[in-house]
Design a protein around this ligand. Sequence first.
Ligand SMILES: Cc1ncc(C[n+]2csc(CCOP(=O)(O)OP(=O)(O)O)c2C)c(N)n1
Length: 615
Amino acid sequence: MSPVAPPRLSLPELAQQLRVDAVRCAAAAGSGHPTSSMSAAELAAVLLAHHLRYGVARPDHPANDVFLLSKGHASPLLYAMLRAVGAISEEELLTFRQPGSRLEGHPTPRLPWVPVATGSLGQGLPIGVGLALTGASLDHLPYRVWVMCGDSELSEGSMWEAFAHAGHAGLDRLTAIIDVNRLGQRGPTRLEWDTGAYARRIGAFGWDVIEIDGHDIDEVDAAYRAAVEVTGAPTAILARTVKGRGAPAIEDRNGYHGKPVPHPDEVVAHLGGVRDLRVPLIPPDSDAVPYRFPTGEAELPTWQVGEKVATRDAFGDALAALGTVRGDLVVLDGEVSDSTRTGRFQEAHPERFFEFYIAEQQMVAAAVGMQVRGWRPYVATFAAFLTRAHDFVRMASISRADLRVAGSHAGVSIGPDGPSQMGLEDLAMFRALHGSTVLHPCDANQTAALVSATLDVPGISYLRTMRGATPVIYPPGEVFPLGGSRVLRASSEDRVTLVGTGVTVHEALAAADRLAADGIAARVIDLYSLKPVDAATLREAARQTVAVVTVEDHRPEGGLGDAVLDALAATGPVPRVHKLAVRDLPASADPAGQRRAAGIDADAIVAAAREVAAG
Ligand SMILES: Cc1ncc(C[n+]2csc(CCOP(=O)(O)OP(=O)(O)O)c2C)c(N)n1
């Protein structure tokens, strides 16, 4: 008997299945975004059945295509797609948004088929740019990156950073599928169904653009076929669709965003009922092996005690040396590589250095994409300018990304450039991230050691560097464990503890010398690791001295002083803690004048220590 050929997969039926499953899981959850999912059902069905190369059993396969749901709120569609390819079961689909379910409200990598978290709009496409760059320039593999975007999402500036970068870089394995369903959350989008306006704008960034009816299977298929042609340009498919398509009572009607569809059983019946179609995906090329850069031997740079060196210089030199040893280290710049000193890495390893111009969101997003594929990114710009990429760093922590970030030009100590260039909130920002590591070295050898240590730290690690030179106080080769600190002055007579980090370690040492001359013994702690923090050393100092003075070139909220207080508050003892920090708005002055004006120099420390030591 000859085997019976399986029935040909009907794409309209598959699209209806995706709609039905989106409606069902949102109905079961009592929340979610089914209407945003229903508009894109044909776009998803054709992609799965004819174009996506992916091994469901091997989500880590190096040759897998990438699918990113930039409009992450349409998670019911994604979960319906995962059921259709056999990744999740019917039972799991219906756990959507329940406690403990992997099917969270917006997608996260708790599901192995989800490379990064989405849901903060404007992030999927820039991360897709990073993945397409990785394929072309690092992995040297021909996987394609498909990113499904919303039309209202196109208002985000970060999307246009992505269009600009991908167009310029000619990332022709990147396709943006834009679901132009006319409506956003609260009403019509700015351009509604004017796909021509989108096409002109995106085309001006060097993309191939295709306008289609997003519910016409043949048009969708033809657009995907055109997208995979090698043209030297990325492709944007502008698909005109109807929000809520398949539920006639609410199709193209405002007021149904982010809600289960009314009368879901009737809608499911109207759509033809529950189906159990399975899509056999095209498998990836099984022989694909990602490229690996050759490595060599190199020593970390060292400096002699007493030399004056900026920690940003030590960072750049250390990074260049580590790049020789670690072929997976990649560095990303936001047009300040001469200032952050990542230019030294670029000179040594130009093929692993990526310039993003003044587009910090795209820079961080690209790094998130690169680490998905196992590369080790270090992102660097001024600490001040990381604030504008902070939502990307925040989402990176939800993505469980391993990401290293360096912020240079910390604090008022940058001097005359003034407050627009000063990183004064960065420690708070990075300390508040889930699972982060926050480091602020005070000298060159410590910097080199900590740069090296961050390469193997999971999660988000932040290294804060300084513009101006500080004296080298640690001999070469010293070890600085993460979560550690250094006690630089201590005696059984200590009356007060001075805790500094970065430049304020040097101010604290100068203050301790002057206090000693006055007969007040001061313990000095270099708290180079602000998270995790060396609570044991702080507690011991709190027990053995009458008060603690913390001093930081940072705002009083969320930085060193708060890290010390948090550590002591957990277990006590909690002595009097006097926080010296930048409380006023700085202006232009030389670095020493800035620290004087901010009240974080040795004079201010001496005055505070005298006061607290007097009890
Ligand atoms: C950065 C950001 N701002 C606001 C939101 C809230 N939000 C969620 S969905 C949405 C509308 C999205 O519309 P569109 O991109 O057109 O997708 P659709 O749901 O219409 O398919 C908004 C404003 C968000 N998730 N992220």
